[in-house]
Design a protein around this ligand. Structure first.
Ligand code: PLP
Length: 400
């Protein structure tokens, strides 16, 4: 069982008596002290470049970056550390893919009807720039994935890019089935794992996924860190869209010789402190159990959902069953600005949630819903915090 009291001591911000109630984990997770300490150690003791300088400090950075790449490859069960590319975030991974893959005019790309802007805008842009055809797969009425619609649309497609877990409602799409069906039709699949990587075991070999992107900052890691994964053979065939120092073996005034994967995708000096911190985040997650994390999130979700359901005015986005929504409870009250609700909640009780359209504007516009308030919990949140949230929710409802 998760020992939440012990866990909270690993996070300086949660050890404080006046700790905030942090329910915005789908945006950014908190960072354990080990992550912050590892970054500080880099800056205090060996703040040098990796892969270039022959001095001892440079050697140490190179070794640490290599170790982190190997750790991450193991964490997602990649075949090789060559399949792990360091990025700034999920968004960069998806842009790298959209701009490096040889898409041609008329190629069909499929996405779901509730993608984060980061898995929609790069494809909309490619529609303008390269003439791809972007098709949206309609979901079920409860916002879950409609495999039948997918089976029909995947025929003749070139590529599928799908959110694994939705930041809108916490629903996890049936990735394995989606990939299997796509592959039977000769279609490649990219999975946006921004919301799943911190909450469930991702095994790229078991999923047989072709490409995967995720952010370090949603999985206990430093902000501005991310990973783009691809099967080695596929990565070798991509032409990087960002090039320069660190991507080439040598140059003349007329030519250049590219390095191999993963280096050919990592242009310029990297966020070494961030990468080292991300390695510590992976070590922290590795000593926890995803099964226990998920059970805990669902316990909190079930309590909050049941309490919110007592108010007929409150509409929860996504399926009614909290088990299907993991750690996310996204709701709105008709004719109410949920930004106002979130601000009062923070001022009244120091509870941090997210309000707005959560970078899924397309879904909100299609449903004609103005905005919503999203509570997203993680393993360090407690039932007591959930109860404080509900008690303040009830008070705000009377004044809003
Ligand atoms: C499902 C999903 N995809 C992509 C992103 C983009 O992540 P980042 O801003 O870290 O690039 C997010 C961020 O919230 C997300 O929830």
């Amino acid at each position: 069982m998760l020992d939440i009291n012990k866990i909270r001591k690993d996070f300086k911000i949660l050890s404080d008596e006046k700790a905030p109630i942090y329910f915005d984990n789908a945006c950014m997770s908190l960072k354990p002290n080990t992550v912050v300490n590892a970054m500080n150690t880099y800056y205090y003791e060996f703040p040098a470049c990796a892969g270039r300088s022959a001095h001892k400090m440079g050697d140490k950075v190179t070794k640490k970056i290599k170790e982190t790449r190997t750790l991450i490859a193991k964490f997602i069960n990649a075949d090789s550390q060559k399949e792990i590319i360091f990025t700034r975030n999920t968004t960069e991974g998806i842009n790298l893919l959209a701009n490096s893959f040889p898409f041609k005019s008329g190629d069909i790309v499929l996405v779901s009807d509730k993608e984060h802007n980061s898995n929609l805008v790069p494809w909309l842009r490619l529609k303008e720039k390269a003439g791809i055809i972007l098709k949206i797969i309609p979901g079920n009425n409860d916002n879950t994935f409609n495999l039948e619609n997918f089976k029909e649309q995947v025929i003749g497609a070139k590529f599928v890019s799908i959110g694994h877990t939705s930041n809108l409602d916490g629903v996890t799409n049936p990735a394995k089935e989606i990939i299997e069906i796509a592959h039977k039709n000769g279609v490649l699949v990219h999975l946006d794992a921004a919301q799943s990587i911190a909450h469930q075991k991702i095994d790229v070999r078991d999923l047989d996924v072709d490409f995967l992107s995720f952010s370090g900052h949603k999985m206990l890691g430093p902000s501005g860190t991310g990973i783009f994964y691809g099967k080695q053979k596929l990565l070798e065939d991509l032409a990087p869209f960002m090039v320069g120092g660190d991507t080439v073996e040598s140059t003349t005034y007329e030519s250049y010789k590219m390095l191999e994967v993963p280096e050919k995708f990592e242009a310029g000096l990297q966020d070494y402190a961030g990468i080292i911190g991300l390695g510590e985040a992976v070590k922290y997650l590795d000593q926890l159990s995803f099964k226990e994390i998920s059970e805990h999130e669902i316990k909190l979700n079930t309590y909050i959902t049941e309490e919110l359901r007592k108010f007929p005015k409150v509409k929860i986005i996504g399926p009614t069953d909290p088990v299907l929504r993991g750690g996310i409870i996204n709701f709105y009250i008709e004719n109410t600005d949920m930004h106002k609700f979130a601000i009062i909640l923070d001022e009244m009780a120091g509870i941090a949630i997210r309000s707005g359209q959560h970078c899924v504007h397309s879904w909100f516009h299609s449903k004609k819903i103005y905005n919503s308030a999203r509570v997203s919990v993680y393993f360090y949140n407690t039932m007591e915090e959930a109860e404080i949230f509900i008690s303040n929710f009830t008070k705000i409802l009377k004044i809003i």
